[in-house]
Design a protein around this ligand. Structure first.
Ligand code: CMC
Length: 466
């Protein structure tokens, strides 16, 4: 078979020029050979397009439905080595940041790329602290929700609604507008999160307290009752701050991908971050911490663990809080959370679910089913236990995840704005439907008697006042 060599016009510095950093592909349909440049251990999907049988064809595409092996951007924010269990932000290990830093400092690091100087940190902290209030009309928006509305649904609406209060944020090329959007999002998401909790509890909303730290202020907005000032125990504020650091960013996860995907349309950052909140809501992503607690409660006793694991192995159940798309080793965040559990339990009541969680982990990690699939505890396995010890109800767990992740979403959104390769995200598809059908008049259509439509109504969940 004749071999025809074609190249993709690789740039001289790509490594393709010396003939080593390339991938040679032979299309067995035509016998043609192509040489594709390899840069940063990737080939460009667009380089495949030249591979075709006939000149007038579209050309070869790559198929990767869950983006399991596709890099969607270049980023210098977060580094993960999933096999070794390493997580770093801007080059600093998560262990070192949790030990030495604070959430607001890490948020600065993520967004601006460097640890702040003392003056920069003071300005940043001042700006965030002085933008924690939300417009009173947002309070009225929250009052419109049903008493039992899921707080994540309320947060999602609240973040989306912020875009209507700050229409100038649409000027996404304006650096000052970007800065203000970053500050407002990080500052106001905790306030909206706390309002969603107070709404569920039927309690009056508590306004931010500018004398408190970021984590203390959130706890105050959640728990303050009649006292003039609510100052949380330092151990609890510290544990929450560490949890905030641990959740601040995690490179191109489902919600960050949503923020970048939606943000690529040049929509304002509030709307892009609202997309991130929606993605985080799902039980396979941020909703997993809530699912873990419900699972531990269902298991109820250590004696029930073997039966539960059997059900997981026969795929009747999922072991929530285990497994990760990227980590094929122990999630470093889960290890750090465990280190903080004793201090939290000392300052609160001991949570017996921790025994079930620890035994469940032990038995799962001794089982070939989990080890052969490289399933280890992820960040959500233990975080819910700490939230519960802090007195936070299960429905609020994902909301709390959204507070620090807002910093990551903002950082990733900012980075995307500066990316010279930024374009509107628009994947291709493999079309599997029919084509060129002749339209059939309704009287001439044939088909089964059964109506294609919604299934029979299920009884409604009882609602107060419904
Ligand atoms: N329990 C039981 N089996 C599992 C689990 C689990 N938690 N996770 C993966 N598996 C099995 C899966 O069934 C598959 O088995 P097989 O090869 O026999 O078909 C194998 O392990 C590989 O799993 P996968 O579904 O291909 O892995 P994925 O990368 O697509 O999914 C995941 C990653 C996180 C969605 C998944 O592990 C999962 O659903 N875990 C439980 C939910 C959870 O804890 N999510 C929080 C993730 S960390 C925080 C965050 O990012 O938001």
């Amino acid at each position: 078979m004749a071999t025809e060599q074609q190249t993709t016009g690789a740039s001289a510095d790509s490594g393709a020029a010396n003939g080593t950093e390339t991938l040679t592909v032979t299309d067995n349909r035509t016998g043609k050979t192509y040489e594709l440049p390899i840069t940063d251990s990737t080939v460009r999907a667009m380089d495949l397009r030249q591979i075709k049988v006939h000149e007038d064809e579209f050309g070869l595409m790559s198929f990767d439905p869950a983006s399991t092996n596709t890099a969607s951007c270049r980023s210098s924010i977060t580094y993960i080595d999933g096999d070794k269990g390493i997580l770093e932000h801007r080059g600093y290990s998560i262990e070192s940041l949790c030990q030495n830093s604070s959430f607001l400092e890490v948020a600065y690091l993520l967004i601006w790329g460097k640890l702040p100087t003392q003056a920069q940190l003071e300005r940043w902290t001042f700006d965030i602290t002085h933008h924690t209030f939300v417009h009173e009309d947002l309070k009225h928006l929250f009052e419109g929700f049903r008493y039992d509305a899921h707080p994540m649904g309320m947060l999602l609406s609240g973040v989306g609604a912020l875009s209507t209060f700050y229409p100038d944020a649409k000027q996404i090329k304006d650096e000052e507008e970007r800065y203000m959007a970053a500050v407002r999002l990080i500052a106001k998401v905790p306030t909206l999160a706390a309002f969603s909790y107070r709404h569920n509890m039927g309690l009056p909303y508590v306004y931010p307290d500018n004398d408190l730290s970021f984590a203390e202020n959130f706890l105050s907005m959640v728990f303050r009752k009649t006292e003039a000032k609510h100052i949380p125990k330092p151990e609890l504020a510290k544990a929450l701050d560490v949890l905030f650091i641990l959740h601040a960013d995690h490179e191109q996860n489902c919600s960050t991908n949503a923020v970048r995907g939606v943000g690529s349309s040049d929509v304002d950052p509030y709307s892009a971050v609202a997309a991130g909140v929606a993605a985080l809501y799902g039980p396979l992503h941020g909703g997993a911490n809530e699912a873990v607690l419900r699972m531990l409660r269902r298991i109820d006793r250590i004696d029930n663990i073997p039966d539960f694991l059997e059900r997981v192995k026969s795929q009747e159940e999922k072991l929530m809080g285990f497994g990760h798309r990227v980590y094929k080793n122990y999630d470093p965040r889960a290890r750090i959370i465990q280190e903080h559990m004793p201090a939290v339990f000392e300052a609160t009541e001991y949570n017996p679910l921790v025994e079930i969680a620890r035994e469940l982990e032990k038995q799962a990690l001794a089982d070939e089913y989990f080890t052969s699939r490289k399933l280890y505890p992820n960040v959500d396995f233990y975080s819910g236990i700490i939230y519960e010890a802090l007195g936070i109800p299960t429905d609020m767990f994902t909301v709390i995840f959204a507070i620090p992740r807002t910093a990551g979403w903002v950082a990733q959104w900012m980075e995307m704005q500066e990316d010279p390769e930024k374009k509107i995200a628009r994947p291709r598809q493999i079309y599997t439907g029919e084509r060129n059908l002749d339209y059939v008049a309704v009287d001439d259509r044939e088909g089964p008697e059964k109506i294609v439509g919604p299934p029979a109504r299920r009884p409604k969940r009882p609602r107060r006042g419904a």
